[in-house]
Design a protein around this ligand. Structure first.
Ligand code: MG
Ligand code: ZN
Length: 363
């Protein structure tokens, strides 16, 4: 009898130990982060990164990531996505039709991450080198059936789900088709508003602001945009970080895509260097803070770019574009910081949304 009690006790201890280590490993697999910096290189596929980064002495920010995944980019109605459907999946988690901004296949609005975060009083923001109302940033705060409706998209800023917006797009605030100047309405909603066309960035000290520095898209890097993206991104992060409940900021290298559409390798390359510099600055910041998840990816590849053998100089490569549009190849996902390990593997682009949601405790 005594022996039975003893073996029962041993079994119980073993079970408790297994249970304990199980719950421990369970916990370490599901970290909760309150701070996410999400960086999108629009149209940035592996050929863009490989080609551009092989020709520079700048620190390769992409090589600083230990966790890499691949995202399948198809939209609901096309194997080859556009940037509207391509960013709607990140914000809303739903595959939709090309051209859609934050709406499902039924054209109805679907709840996005920023809206869910606002219910938890977290801070949100977008920074872009396009207009702040262009497809990629728009998906994070607006719901319209067509990406072309940039006047309508700007009005969604009045819903107060996006605290900070920095980029181009002054005309969609102050020179709209309906003749309504959104400045005063935004101010009434608590935004500090700065609209100009200088392309010359000055940091803002406010937790809620709309700042447009160009009439439509920002200048090309080649035309003297300087280090706008890096400085605006750090400015947004520092202001959003004042909210103790946490934040998410979407930073977009918008014009990597535009260089691709033009089949202009030098345009693409200089825009990618600009994003590389921004990622390095963001990683330096995240390393110091220790509690920030940084994820870098693309919505799709642009140009069908390939790097071919250069028979005249075999140490170089020959650039070949196969389209003026997008391609359907998988794009890389780079993750750094707490929770980064969740981004390894191959998955649909919608998964990026669900990973963010899980980490921010939004479900
Ligand atoms: Mg874009
Ligand atoms: Zn594009």
């Amino acid at each position: 009898m005594k022996k039975n009690v003893f073996s029962f006790g041993v079994i119980l201890l073993v079970l408790l130990a297994i249970g304990g280590s199980y719950s421990f490993s369970f916990k370490t697999k599901k970290p909760k982060v309150k701070k996410i910096i999400f960086i999108i290189g629009d149209g940035m596929g592996l050929a863009q990164i490989s080609g551009a980064m092989s020709e520079t002495n700048e620190q390769n920010a992409f090589e600083r990531f230990k966790v890499i995944g691949l995202s399948k980019t198809s939209s609901a109605d096309n194997y080859v996505t556009d940037s509207g459907a391509g960013a709607t999946v990140f914000a809303n988690g739903k595959k939709t039709f090309n051209g859609a901004i934050g709406v499902g296949v039924d054209s109805l609005p679907c709840l996005n991450l920023f809206e869910m975060m606002k219910k938890k009083k977290m801070a949100t923001g977008v920074v872009a080198t396009s207009s702040i109302t262009h497809a990629t940033p728009a998906c994070f705060y607006a719901h319209v059936a067509s990406r072309k409706s940039q006047d309508d998209i700007a009005e969604f800023l009045l819903e107060n789900n996006c605290d900070i917006a920095i980029g181009g797009g002054t005309k969609f605030i102050t020179n709209r088709k309906d003749k309504v100047n959104l400045t005063e309405l935004l101010q009434r909603n608590g935004f500090l508003v700065k609209t100009d066309t200088t392309n010359d960035f000055t940091p803002i000290n406010a937790q809620k602001f709309v700042y447009t520095l160009a009439y439509d898209g920002m200048k090309k890097k080649l035309e003297g945009r300087n280090d706008f993206l890096k400085r605006a991104s750090i400015n947004a992060i520092e202001q959003l970080n004042k909210n103790k409940n946490g934040y998410m900021v979407m930073i977009e290298g918008s014009q990597i895509d535009w260089g691709g559409h033009d089949n202009d390798y030098n345009y693409m390359k200089t825009e990618l260097y600009d994003l590389n510099e921004t990622i390095n600055a963001v990683l330096d910041y995240a390393e110091k803070q220790g509690d920030v998840l940084v994820v870098v990816t693309a919505d799709h590849e642009t140009g069908g770019l390939t790097l071919l053998e250069n028979k005249e100089n075999k140490k170089l490569f020959k650039i070949n574009y196969s389209t003026g549009g997008h391609s359907g190849i998988m794009v890389p996902v780079f993750a750094f910081g707490p929770g980064a390990e969740m981004f390894g593997g191959i998955y649909e682009n919608t998964e990026i949304h669900f990973k963010f949601k899980k980490m921010l405790g939004l479900e």
